[in-house]
Design a protein around this ligand. Sequence first.
Ligand code: S3P
Length: 173
Amino acid sequence: MAIKNIILTGFMGTGKSTIGQLVATQLQRDFIDMDALIEQREGRTINQIFTESDEPYFRQLEAELCRELAGQEGLIIATGGGALIPEANLRVMEQTGLVVCLTCSPNTLWQRIGQSEDRPMLAEQNEGRFARLSALLEQRAPAYARINHQLDVTHLSPEEAARRVSELAEKST
Ligand code: S3P
């Protein structure tokens, strides 16, 4: 029987990569960070992809990578925060994997990523960065809410969050 992938998704700053890496170590599985893989294949950073190409180009790369990774098994995958916003990408990942959406309070997210310079989706606009973050959270809430498994990591250490994800994966096999 195929070993399901475990896919961690959720807003920027929820800790997908850190927690995913820990889950992979705990379960002795391979870890894929979608953003890092895209950067490696493109030979440029996410910021450069957004500015030299554009957001639709990046979203196309994400959509293709979702299909490619869903065709493999046993992986622990951290998506970029917007990767599973299109429902088709979520459905393709769900076909062969357990998708977990990490959530976190806006204030904690702000503390973590408010000053981040490598998040083009938070690029300064007229309304200011905190308003931008809040608007994006609100806009994406319905898409994140479609995901069956939700884990609020606001008060969890990365280790504790990873343990809960591993438990969830054990229960769902
Ligand atoms: C994005 C999140 C980023 C990265 C890109 C777009 C988004 O990943 O994929 O900047 O649309 O939310 P992280 O969630 O790892 O920051």
